[in-house]
Design a protein around this ligand. Sequence first.
Ligand code: ZN
Length: 199
Amino acid sequence: MILIGAAAAVLFLVLRSPDPTEPSVTVFPLPERYAGSYSNDWGAARVQGTHEGTDVFAPQGTPIRSVTAGTVSRAFGSGGKGWNNLGGYTVMIEASYDVGPIERGDRLYYAHMNGPTPLEPGDTVRAGQKIGSVGDTGQGPPGTRGKFEPHLHLGWYAGWGFLEPNRSEASSGAMNPYPLLRGIERDKPPQKEQSGDVE
Ligand SMILES: [Zn+2]
């Protein structure tokens, strides 16, 4: 009985402590102290139209971590160094695995970063790997910054875009990341502060 109890305890600990390097996990993209700094702003009016994402507010330089394991690509409409005239410095990561509501091939879009991501298209990343830092870039030609408060704009696009009408009603294939983020918080509290979280 003692052995069974010990084995159950170990199993419990393993299940309770997801390794953020495992592909089958999702990770909150900012340090835990910013887990409350977003709201369901999907569809809110923005200069470019309705908002297709979730804004998570944090100071400039706060590290951004990949929500999923995936492969780096350039976001649509972005040029050298991942600059996009709306999103500023951006990076897109295509999910490598089905995990929670994310399906393999879905794309996560991280925008307004402080500078270009050090990653190159085709690089693979782990869930929780640092991919950039929070900034206030965008809404203008390359280098534009300071037009809004620093924040991470997180976008989530169905892998097959508008061809998945059961998942996305937007022509871009965008889906609302708010319930995704709340689900991550609920299932796996954001990681404790790590060294290197402040730049
Ligand atoms: Zn946004």
